[in-house]
Structure formats: structure tokens, C-alpha cells
Design a protein around this ligand. Structure first.
Ligand code: PGA
Length: 247
């Protein structure tokens, strides 16, 4: 089980140290934890988690290795700052910054070249789901965002229905199962069957066991609940229970 904390543009640095220290104090059998802090905190959070059972990663990277790109961050810089992984194609990047699948794929290639692993996010909007197009949308995002020839060991996917992110709404077990099965089938067709598929969108301690009970769910990408140490811990405990039950 992979459980990732996506802090987005939170919290203030004054609170980040205590949160990372709380993460560092725990470990969970069968659970790999990854923290995606805001980029300016990456080195400091890496130091806090040094020797702890949790990796750090970047929330985004540029598709070029260097150059005149004010405000952007190269994948190699993330790696130099201690990142193992970069999150790419999050719906907030796709919406707020107009990132399309081709750009996500180019970023993934840049990240892989520097030695980072990639976690690529996909997910449909509510309109797309209500129009019956959810699986087609997600499959098209996979086709466009996952670089051809990527090694399975370098890739993680996160299925996050856009309407479930930060809203307290969670997809039904049936909908999660159907989408994860569709993604698994897509992966199997490309020799990527071992790639973990995380679920994201309002995952909390109270719903984590139910979500992790879905067979193809390989973990969670957690936003809001990762900002509270005990909530993140509760989700990781559910991950450990699931890992034990599956082994
Ligand atoms: P949420 O965010 O847990 O706050 O819904 C998840 C995400 O956007 O990765």
C-alpha cells in the first residue's frame, strides 16, 4: 500500500515541522508513505524525515531540464533536494495551469530522466461522470499522460474523481471498483500490471478501510486529511490492516 500526503499550498512552515515530526515518529507495516510538501519546504522536510519510514517528493516539475523559466522547478532540482518521486497531472494543475496530457507526459519523461519516479493523476469531472464518459475520459488521460515505454517500477497512478477532491464526497465502492478495474486493464495491456493505483478524493480515517477494501486500490493520495497528523496516521493504519489482510 502506498499512502501519499499531498500538502498542496499548505500549511505555514511553522506548522510543517511539527507535522513532519509526527509522521517521522511512526511507521506502518506494508505501507510506503510519501510526503509531497510545497517545494520551498522540500529540503527541510527531507531533513525532518531523514531516517524515518517516509519519502519526500515534488508536487510538480517543469518539462525542461533547465533554462529561462521563471518560477518553475526542474525535476533534477527536486532530485537534488531529496525527492524520490514527483506528482504530475494533478487536477488542480490541469485546471489552474491548463496542463494537458501531452505536457504531463513531457514532464514525466523529464522526471524519469533525472531518476525520479512519477505519480500521475487522472480523474473525471462531475459533468463527465454524469454524461457516462468517466471511463473514456480517464482512459484518454492515461493514453496521453503516461509516456510510452515507461518501466512499471517507476510509475504510480492516482485515480482522483475531480468532484471528490476536497469536497467530502467520495465515489461509491462500486464506482471505485469499476474505474480501478478499467485502469488495471489498461495497465495490463501495456505490461504495466504491477503499477499501483491509488485512490484520492476526501480519503479520511472513517472511510479508508472501505476504500482499501476495493481489490485494485493500492493506496491513497490524501490532501486535507494529511494536514492533521492523527488523521493521516489513521489512514496509514487502515493501509497496514489492508496490507496484512492481502498478504
Ligand atoms: P483531498 O485531496 O484529500 O483533500 O480530497 C486529495 C488530492 O487532491 O490529492
Amino acid at each position: 500500500m502506498i499512502i501519499a500526503a499531498n500538502w498542496k499550498m499548505n500549511p505555514p512552515l511553522a506548522d510543517a515541522g511539527a507535522l513532519a515530526a509526527a509522521y517521522a515518529a511512526e511507521s506502518f507495516d506494508g505501507v510506503t508513505r510519501i510526503l509531497f510538501p510545497p517545494a520551498p519546504y522540500l529540503v527541510q522536510m527531507g531533513v525532518r524525515l531523514d531516517g524515518a519510514d517516509m519519502q519526500v517528493g515534488g508536487q510538480d516539475c517543469h518539462h525542461n531540464a533547465s533554462g529561462a523559466h521563471t518560477g518553475d522547478i526542474a525535476a533534477g532540482m527536486l532530485a537534488e533536494c531529496g525527492a524520490s518521486t514527483v506528482l504530475l497531472g494533478h487536477s488542480e494543475r490541469r485546471t489552474d495551469h491548463g496542463e494537458d496530457d501531452a505536457l504531463v507526459a513531457a514532464k514525466a519523461v523529464a522526471a524519469l530522466t533525472t531518476g525520479l519516479d512519477v505519480m500521475i493523476c487522472v480523474g473525471e469531472t462531475l459533468d463527465q461522470r454524469e454524461a457516462g464518459a468517466a471511463e473514456a475520459v480517464v482512459t484518454a488521460q492515461l493514453d496521453g499522460s503516461v509516456p510510452a515505454g515507461i518501466e512499471a517500477s517507476r510509475l504510480m497512478l492516482a485515480y482522483e474523481p475531480v468532484w471528490a477532491i476536497g469536497t467530502g464526497k467520495v465515489a461509491s465502492v462500486e464506482d471505485i471498483a469499476a474505474m480501478h478495474a478499467a485502469i488495471q486493464q489498461w495497465l495490463a495491456g501495456r505490461d504495466l500490471a504491477s503499477v499501483p493505483i491509488l485512490y484520492g478524493g476526501s480519503v479520511k480515517p472513517a472511510n479508508a478501510d472501505t476504500i482499501f477494501g476495493v481489490p485494485d486500490v493500492g493506496g491513497a493520495l490524501v490532501g486535507g486529511a494529511s494536514l492533521k497528523a492523527e488523521d493521516f496516521s489513521g489512514i496509514c493504519s487502515a493501509g497496514a490492516r489492508t496490507a496484512a489482510a492481502r498478504s
